[in-house]
Design a protein around this ligand. Sequence first.
Ligand code: DX5
Ligand code: ZN
Length: 220
Amino acid sequence: VPAPLIAPSLLAADFARLGEEVEAIAAAGADWLHLDIMDGHFVPNISFGPGLVKALRGRARIPFDVHLMIAPADPYLAAFAEAGADLISLHPEAGPHLHRSLQTIRALGKKAGVVLNPATPVEAVAHVLDLVDLILVMSVNPGFGGQSFIESQLPKIATLRRMIEAAGRPIHLQVDGGVTEATAPRCIEAGADVLVAGTAVFGRKDYAAAIAALRGPRRA
Ligand code: DX5
Ligand code: ZN
């Protein structure tokens, strides 16, 4: 099994020093930067918007992985693309036309992702596999960092890995929520290839060591 990509979530960074935090996490070897966009409506918390994404874009060269927890999402896709997102992921519950939203993200020249809440079945992505570059399995209910990993999502990750193999396209399988040194190996075992981690990275003093620990011993 190859080492997973690690996408630290900025939600757990020091909000008073975000520019420095982005520089530090990139220097520490983060593969992507995960940016959680929350509207206080789709999820019970408010984070930040495209203005902040744009302000941080120049601080690192790693891909910006934007996770939209907003409804509706469609009116904001262009703003996040213009702000410098490389990947834009949204929840199927964020609007009535998931297929069209994914087409819009593709037309903006960005990679497109679908995010499955813990109770959202895998069938939600079955008919858009030709349009997605990433499937994100939420292993907590979205809205807050620092929650406990929901075990029932492990067989779901394995099922999605089989669906991706059958589709025969390069689609990343990402896990987000409660990913720690303890749960990361189980996500990788189930078939995940990108791990999001907030507190397990930004909550540590040594970001490089935290990232290496999540990648596991596979890393050469
Ligand atoms: C939750 C967010 C996550 C969150 C993860 O709604 O989507 O990205 O920041 O935080 P941890 O890793 O602390 O569970
Ligand atoms: Zn997220």
